[in-house]
Structure formats: C-alpha cells, structure tokens
Design a protein around this ligand. Structure first.
Ligand code: BJW
Ligand code: ZN
Length: 252
C-alpha cells in the first residue's frame, strides 16, 4: 500500500468515526466476515464452506426432508467447530458502540451466537441460531448445546424430528424479526454493514432500504462487494482492525 492510499484510508476512517459518534440511531448489519477472525468459516470465497459442501444438499428444507442425518452431521460438525471459537475485537467494538448509542440495533445473519457471547444486547438473529433446535412436529424450540448426540435427534415432548433453528434457502424469515429489522433500518441515521458479501436476500437489500430512508451507509469489508457502489462510505480492511478504530470516539 502506498503512503497516499494509507492516508486516504485514515481520512475516510476519521470521517466515518465522526458520523458514527454523532448519530443518535445506529443499525449494524453483520455477516460471516465479522466472525472470520474468530476462526468461523465464511460461506463464499476461496475458503468458504460452499467450496467444499453443496448448499442444496445441506441448507435447504428439501435437503433436510430427503436426508436429515446428513444435514445434522453438517450442523453438529459446525457446532463443534464454533464451540472453540470466541468473539474477536470486531464483536467487542460493537458492544462498546451499543453502550454509547441511544438507539442501537444489531442485525446479524450469523448463526454462531458470538455477538451475544461478546455482550451485545439488542441483537436480531435473522437467520436463526445454530445453538437452538426446533421440532418440526410440535414447533417446540430450545437452546441445544449438544455436539455428540444421536442423529437425527428427536423431540422429547412429542417424538417428532428436530431440526437446527436456522433459516435455509427458500424459507421465509421470522416475520417479527424481519419487521423489527426493517423498522430499525427505516429509522437509522447510520447503517454499518460489516463482513457480508451482500448476495443473499432479503439482507442484501437492507442497505438500499436504509439509504432510501436517508441513512448514511458505511460498509466494512476486506474487498468491495456488488453493493459497494451504492454506499456513501466503503472502508476496506479487516473488521477486527477497522471496527475498534471506528468506534474509538464513542468510548470517551
Ligand atoms: C470479511 C472478513 C474480515 C471475510 N473482515 N470482512 C430475490 C432475488 C433472488 C433470490 C432471492 C430473492 N429473495 C429470496 C431469494 C432466494 C434466496 C437468495 O437470496 N438467494 C440468492 C443467493 C440468489 N433467499 C432466501 O431463500 C431467503 N429467504 C427468503 O427471502 O424468503 C422469501 C423468498 C424465498 C424464496 C424466493 C423468494 C422469496 C433465506 C436466506 C437464508 C440464508 N441462509 C444461510 C444459511 C443459514 C444457516 C447456516 O449457517 O447454515 O445464511 S446461507 C448463508 O449466506 C448464511 C449467511 O447468513 C448468508 C449470507 O452470507 P454472508 O454472511 O454474506 O457470508 P459470505 O461468506 O457470503 O461473505 C463473507 C464476506 O465477509 C465476504 O464479502 C468477505 O469479503 C468478507 N470478509 N473476512 C471483514 N476479516
Ligand atoms: Zn415436538
């Protein structure tokens, strides 16, 4: 990186810091990239999960119907992997930002639970949580930390088949959570989008929703995304490096 480029990044960061620290209402949208530095694999890109695994065989309702055992193997493997991962500097920076922002909503597409583990409070997990199971028969939901259970696991209440309580392709998001997200986006002064490729709907359109309602949108990613051009500020770099710098002012 040349000295000019480095100065430009510092200048953009300084301006963004000012915008974030002055905002009354901030919404943050996170994706797999924020947990990458914790050791959680992302989905796309050269080391992404979907390079080694077929999404249609593992993350669709049809896949679960035809082979629940295989789907559970994949999810228990991920539970095991994530059980040894911890929140990183980016997760903790958002905890600080929440403390100093009057209206703060964190919308995450991640199912790893690391935002709550870090201490974030107002979190909307729009794609569910890997550490929760749901009965497909009686609808019972419960936190489930098992990584070595018999598969597919069955509901203790009704004997029905349990599934991971996550949102697969072709499934609709929980209406209450989606409505709360849209409401927060429509009232945001600033939307911070961190570590998402911006290709999975409806989250991919959240930036456009907030912009249309007048928000200043800041994207943080290691590379530009198909959506970058529609945002006012794009900060290129690792979330774990950028976010602590971005929220510095709000800590004082
Ligand atoms: C870093 C970094 C570092 C790396 N620092 N950055 C409209 C048009 C076309 C299609 C559709 C549409 N509406 C709905 C659809 C269908 C579908 C969809 O969007 N398909 C597209 C792929 C084309 N959407 C759905 O089915 C959704 N349901 C829905 O909309 O219902 C209504 C409806 C249904 C059907 C038709 C029409 C309407 C549900 C989507 C559910 C997604 N589920 C998954 C799996 C969850 C469970 C699990 O974890 O197993 O959610 S898929 C996967 O992708 C996961 C993620 O949450 C999601 C997004 O991925 P994310 O977070 O962006 O990760 P990556 O890997 O893609 O990107 C990582 C980024 O980080 C990269 O940019 C890196 O550069 C960056 N990065 N290190 C900063 N250190
Ligand atoms: Zn049940």
């Amino acid at each position: 990186m040349t000295e000019t480029q480095s100065n430009e990044i510092q200048q953009a960061l300084k301006e963004a810091r000012k915008i974030v620290s002055c905002a009354r209402s901030v919404v943050v949208l996170t994706g797999a990239g924020i947990s990458a530095e914790s050791g959680v694999p992302t989905f796309r890109g050269k080391d992404g999960l979907w390079k080694s695994y077929n999404v249609m065989e593992l993350a669709t309702p049809q896949a679960f119907k035809s082979n629940p055992k295989l789907v559970w193997e994949f999810y228990l493997w991920r539970r095991k992997l994530i059980s040894s991962c911890f929140p990183n500097r980016a997760h903790y920076a958002l905890v600080e930002l929440e403390k100093h922002t009057p209206e703060f909503t964190l919308i995450t597409q991640n199912v790893d639970g690391l935002h709550s583990k870090a201490g974030s409070r107002n979190v909307l997990e729009i794609h569910g949580n890997l550490w929760r199971s749901r009965c497909i028969q009686c609808g019972d939901k419960f936190m489930d930390s098992r990584i070595d259970c018999e598969i597919p696991p069955l509901c203790e209440k009704c004997g029905g088949l349990l599934r991971p309580d996550v949102v697969w392709f072709g499934e609709t998001l929980d209406t209450t959570i989606l409505n709360r997200s849209i409401n927060a986006l429509e009232h945001a002064e600033v939307l911070l989008i961190v570590g998402t490729s911006g290709v999975v709907e409806p989250a991919a359109s959240f930036g456009a929703v907030a912009r249309a309602a007048g928000a200043h949108v800041i994207e943080v990613n290691i590379e530009r995304t198909p959506r970058s051009q529609m945002y006012q500020t794009v900060l290129l770099g690792r979330a774990g490096d950028i976010l602590p710098e971005l929220v510095k002012n709000s800590e004082v």
